[in-house]
Design a protein around this ligand. Structure first.
Ligand SMILES: NC(=O)c1ccc[n+]([C@@H]2O[C@H](COP(=O)([O-])OP(=O)(O)OC[C@H]3O[C@@H](n4cnc5c(N)ncnc54)[C@H](OP(=O)(O)O)[C@@H]3O)[C@@H](O)[C@H]2O)c1
Length: 260
């Protein structure tokens, strides 16, 4: 009998980085479960991937801002064992905190933190039981310092980084690994949703993000986290030694100039 293919569950595969992760895992012989709200986009991606790679792709409609969404998604996944979970769904809003919409902030926190954490919890236990598995959580370079005018978003990503690195520590010796991936500004629909300026030529591509994540995971001993891009890695390292008030002022200036 043919060996069963491993399965990757990817949230937010309807655009940007998530769609590239879906293509990457399919090219590596994984069946996929792809989830997001825009199922028309997911259906189109599923058709493209099935014809290109001959793997099975299941589409699940999921709004991760809603209470109980993670549990519903896990229930919809059902008996399929998930070998790779990619918590990629996420969004942020650019603007003064004092003018933030209360429901919008709750939505952002639910998608970026609550559902990501609950999905990690729901899928990590069976992974540990099987003695193998990978959880990739998409953080951001915004995780490495506060970002004025994107204070909530940066705080959610600081959570994702800290949570994922803590989980990585817990998983040592289980055969399961967790990786936080921190892209800088990337050319996706992110800035349309965020309501801010994109950074033009300074943007990296979603393919660069996925390539960096895969190289980190392919390493002999995968690290707890990876930052995409040499300049971003240097910035994060330097930031650890810079007084906080200076770091925050620099982040504020970069946000204003559209280069954060
Ligand atoms: N682009 C950047 O500059 C950048 C930098 C650092 C980190 N990131 C992070 O990278 C990840 C992917 O973003 P991207 O850059 O690829 O942006 P994107 O093209 O806007 O993709 C965001 C994805 O998240 C999904 N999503 C948003 N709200 C959702 C909800 N309520 N329920 C379920 N899914 C939801 C979207 O799907 P639907 O709208 O179809 O639901 C979409 O597939 C995010 O976590 C983002 O924070 C991006």
């Amino acid at each position: 009998m043919a060996e069963k293919r491993p399965t990757a569950l990817i949230t937010g595969a309807s655009s940007g980085i998530g769609a590239v992760f879906a293509r990457e895992y399919a090219s590596r012989g994984h069946d996929l479960v792809i989830a997001a709200r825009r199922t028309d986009r997911l259906d189109a991606l599923a058709a493209e991937i099935t014809s290109a790679h001959g793997v099975k792709v299941r589409v699940i409609a999921s709004d991760l801002s809603v209470s109980g969404a993670a549990k519903r998604l896990a229930t919809a996944v059902g008996k399929t064992s998930i070998d790779v979970l990619i918590n990629n769904s996420g969004w942020g809003h650019i603007g003064a905190f004092a003018a933030e919409d209360l429901d919008g902030m709750a939505n952002e926190i639910n998608v970026n933190i609550v559902s990501l954490t609950q999905l990690s919890r729901l899928f990590v236990a069976p992974m540990i039981e099987r003695g193998r598995g990978t959880i990739i959580n998409i953080a951001s370079t915004a995780a490495y310092q506060p970002v004025p005018n994107m204070s909530v978003y940066a705080a959610t990503k600081a959570y994702v980084l800290s949570f994922t690195e803590g989980l990585w520590g817990e998983l040592q010796g289980t055969g399961v690994t967790a990786l936080a991936v921190s892209p800088g500004g990337t050319a996706t629909e992110f800035f349309d949703v965020a309501g801010g300026r994109s950074m033009g030529s300074a943007l990296m591509t979603p393919t660069q993000v996925v390539t960096t994540a895969m190289s980190a995971l392919d390493a002999k001993s995968p690290a707890p986290s990876v930052i995409v891009g040499a300049a971003n890695r240097i910035m994060a390292m330097v930031g650890r030694f810079v007084p906080r008030r200076i770091l925050i002022s620099v982040a504020k200036r970069l946000m204003k100039s559209g280069r954060a």
